[in-house]
Design a protein around this ligand. Structure first.
Ligand code: PMP
Length: 285
């Protein structure tokens, strides 16, 4: 059976799952999304994803056509219909179809779309060897212009940085904010480990507040580890003992070099391995 895609209460075959070319999600990136992960048929921290989705919509004044519980139910149902127990879920809410102008208030009929698929993860070797990344010249969007806390359909800021990474032979790239502080990578949050202490940039650095990031902070504190949300510069990354990224699709993935400089031993470290194990314990529970 081919994958079935949910659009506003109806399931469509992949080739029939379509939206209007007048939808402002398509015309302007005017919409929001979530990327989630299911383990053993259960979506990891679904409530947190729903809260972030609704905050994204509220900040853009997109009125949800469905309740939080209704959307959560659609996500679970789409997984069940597609018989996916361990997979990735992409949830999208668009502004809806309008005119060719920017006016959001002329749009109607927001589309709620759920796509599930089997995982397309980073290959296993990268978890064992770690990623080598570079710093992108593309600066992360200033929160005063467009908050990176909004998980919107307009990802051009991140895409441009990711292109820079690819041109340098890397699958990820580090993004700084306009103060030159470390923000995050193009699709993942970043953590450093120095003398056994974890650090990650705060929301004020201009980041998407990752659900995986929050889980790792929680796990670390539960383990009695120190984990600070604090402004970091590249100095802190270059001199860290370990660096790793967090995201729903990637989970935790080690970084072993930035800008051609080896980090720590140049190999994935013990803190990364320990936290990944604890993360799996929670996710697969
Ligand atoms: N930052 C950005 C820019 C992202 O797009 C994502 C999600 N892919 C993350 C961080 C990680 O967030 P989460 O842990 O909620 O997947």
């Amino acid at each position: 059976m081919g994958l079935k895609i949910y659009i506003n209460g109806t399931y469509y075959a992949k080739e029939d799952a379509k939206i209007s070319v007048f939808d402002h999600g398509f015309l302007y990136g005017d919409g929001v999304f979530e990327g989630m992960r299911a383990y053993n048929g259960k979506v990891f921290r679904l409530d947190a994803h729903m809260d972030r989705l609704f905050d994204s919509m509220r900040s853009l004044t997109i009125e949800s056509p469905m309740s939080k519980a209704g959307i959560a139910k659609a996500v679970n149902e789409t997984l069940a219909i597609n018989e996916i127990k361990d997979g990735y879920i992409r949830l999208i809410v668009t502004r809806g179809a309008g005119t060719l102008g920017l006016d959001a208030h002329l749009c109607s009929d927001p589309q709620v779309i759920v796509i599930t698929d089997h995982l397309a993860l980073y290959p296993k070797e990268l978890y064992e060897q770690g990623l080598r990344i570079v710093t992108a010249g593309t600066v992360r969007t200033n929160p005063a212009s467009l908050s990176p806390q909004i998980k919107s359909l307009n990802y051009l800021n991140n895409i441009l940085a990711k292109i820079e990474g690819h041109l340098a032979g890397c699958v990820e790239a580090l993004m700084l904010n306009d103060k030159g502080e470390v923000a995050e990578c193009t699709g993942d949050n970043i953590f450093t480990v120095k003398n056994g202490k974890l650090r990650t940039p705060p929301t004020a650095a201009g980041i998407l507040e990752g659900i995986t990031r929050a889980a790792v902070i929680e796990i670390a504190r539960k383990e009695g580890l120190s984990c600070e949300e604090v402004a970091l510069t590249r100095y802190d990354v270059y001199t860290a003992d370990e660096v790793f990224l967090t995201g729903s699709a990637a989970e935790l993935i080690p970084i072993v070099a930035l800008d051609g400089r080896a980090i720590g031993s140049g190999k994935p470290g013990p803190m990364f391995k320990h936290l990944l194990e604890k993360f799996h314990e929670e996710a697969r529970a």
